[in-house]
Write a protein that binds this ligand. Structure first.
Ligand code: IDP
Ligand code: MG
Length: 151
């Protein structure tokens, strides 16, 4: 079995505005990932800029910061075996118009910028993003049905 991981997942302002929080949450819950952190927050410029620091030089960066700070987001931590890859697969490629049906972006998004959701892309970024959005840490819990999810 692969590594047990925790990944940072965030429903962006378009997902909250469109009333898709429940729909998106259910994709992760139904898959078998375990919710270990959840908070609604309007991101500060400081946190948004730190989150997207790798994109600082890109032409879309100013618009991206403006978008992500425009309203509430749902900051989440999901835990599971290979949770980072599993979540990226649930989410789909960046551009909603290119994403396959069955993925969150493929089913629900029409744009590259307004693409509903963020997911960490590596163990290092997951660690960085979880620290950034959950500075007080994350408390784990034991799921009673864990042995129904994993053999
Ligand atoms: P990802 O979210 O699929 O990992 P990244 O390439 O890491 O995609 O880009 C981060 C975010 O920046 C995207 O989710 C999207 O919101 C935004 N973005 C990326 N490329 C573009 C673009 O060409 N135009 C507008 N926004 C973009
Ligand atoms: Mg990315």
């Amino acid at each position: 079995m692969g590594d047990m991981q925790t990944t940072y997942i965030m429903i962006k302002p378009d997902g909250v505005q469109r009333g898709l929080v429940g729909e998106i949450l259910a994709r992760f819950e139904n898959k078998g990932l375990r919710l270990v952190g959840l908070q609604q927050v309007i991101p500060s410029n400081e946190v948004a800029e730190a989150h997207y620091a790798v994109h600082k030089e890109r032409p879309f960066y100013p618009g991206l910061i403006k978008f992500i700070t425009s309203g509430p987001v749902i900051a989440m931590a999901w835990r599971g075996v290979e949770a980072i890859k599993v979540s990226r697969n649930l989410i789909g490629p960046t551009n909603g118009r290119d994403a396959s049906p069955g993925t969150i972006r493929g089913d629900l998004a029409m744009d590259i910028g307004h693409n509903l959701i963020h997911g960490s892309d590596s163990e290092d970024t997951a660690k960085y993003e979880l620290n950034l959005w959950f500075p007080d840490g994350i408390s784990d819990w034991k799921r009673d049905i864990e042995d129904q999810i994993y053999e």
